[in-house]
Ligand binder design. Structure first.
Ligand code: KIV
Length: 287
């Protein structure tokens, strides 16, 4: 059954919520079939699919292209589209235009955007337009230049309080869930206990309402060198499997073990006698 925003909200204090990124039709099919509650078409697309060094370079159009591929899979999971850098930073009008493209053209069920109080106006305009919003606090990768790199956030009492205040603000604005990334477990636990909307953690410990991982991290499918974050659990090494298959293909065609009769099409009218005649015809045509 298709997951809805109220359904996700109702899962808080009931069971652990699962979220996984996906960026195309086959990954969305797999995530949905695994009965994961939420698909996030994350801007991590920039790194794990498009080969950029960070998430700042992915555009609205590129994100939309992948959101469309995901929703074509008609997943039962709720589909949340990640607002890329600069798609919600200038004006509420532009923010609304961009988010509405994800909903109208991309058929997403909601959007996610990074930041707290700084993005208040932008979140308000989306919720007023009936667009469900998932918040994202802590180590927000789009702020990497301000943060001075990918650093665990909220480690001082002052910053922990600020993050809790931001979380309460996002709940008050009407966000339906909140991603907590790269924060001390105790802070994530405190936030989760003090807001009524579900928290979904990544590098935020166990005491949150749900967990999210990046698809390519989980399946071990990375084209670049692994940047092994402490919070990643790799369940399989698909890159190695794919590499093995590619090498076997090359070996098979070189040794002519592939294709075989089994992979080839039958002659039809091209019988031995016909072929002699046909070759004569071909010669005439070519002369
Ligand atoms: O883009 C992404 O994949 C994310 C998750 C890590 C939460 O924002």
């Amino acid at each position: 059954m298709k997951k809805t925003v109220p359904k996700i909200v109702s899962l808080k204090n009931d069971r652990v919520i699962s979220m996984m990124t996906a960026y195309d039709y086959p990954s969305a099919k797999a995530v949905s079939q695994a009965e994961i509650d939420i698909i996030l078409v994350g801007d991590s697309l920039a790194q794990v699919v498009l080969g950029h060094d960070d998430t700042l370079s992915v555009s609205m159009d590129e994100m939309l292209h992948h959101v469309k591929a995901v929703t074509r899979a008609k997943p039962d999971s709720l589909v949340v589209a990640d607002m890329p850098y600069m798609s919600f930073h200038s004006t509420p009008k532009e923010t609304l235009y961009n988010a509405s493209r994800f909903i109208q053209e991309g058929k997403a069920d909601g959007v996610k955007l990074e930041g707290g109080n700084k993005r208040k106006e932008m979140i308000e305009v989306l919720i007023n337009a009936e667009i469900p919003v998932m918040g994202h606090l802590g180590l927000t990768p789009q702020s990497k230049n301000i943060m001075g790199g990918y650093k665990i956030q909220g480690r001082t009492l002052e910053l922990a309080t600020k993050l809790l205040e931001d979380a309460i603000l996002l709940e008050g604005l009407g966000c339906f869930a909140l991603v907590l990334e790269g924060v001390p477990s105790v802070l994530a636990e405190t936030v989760s206990q003090n807001i009524s909307i579900p928290t979904i953690g990544i590098g935020a410990g166990v005491d949150v309402d749900g967990q999210v991982l990046v698809y390519h991290d989980l399946i071990g499918m990375k084209s670049k060198e692994y940047i092994d974050a402490k919070f990643v659990k790799r369940y399989t090494n698909q890159y190695e499997e794919v590499l093995k298959s590619m090498k076997s293909f090359k070996k098979d065609i070189e040794s002519r073990d592939f294709p075989t009769e089994e992979h080839s099409y039958g002659a039809g009218e091209l019988t031995e006698e016909n072929i002699i005649e046909w070759k004569k015809e071909v010669k005439k045509i070519l002369s």
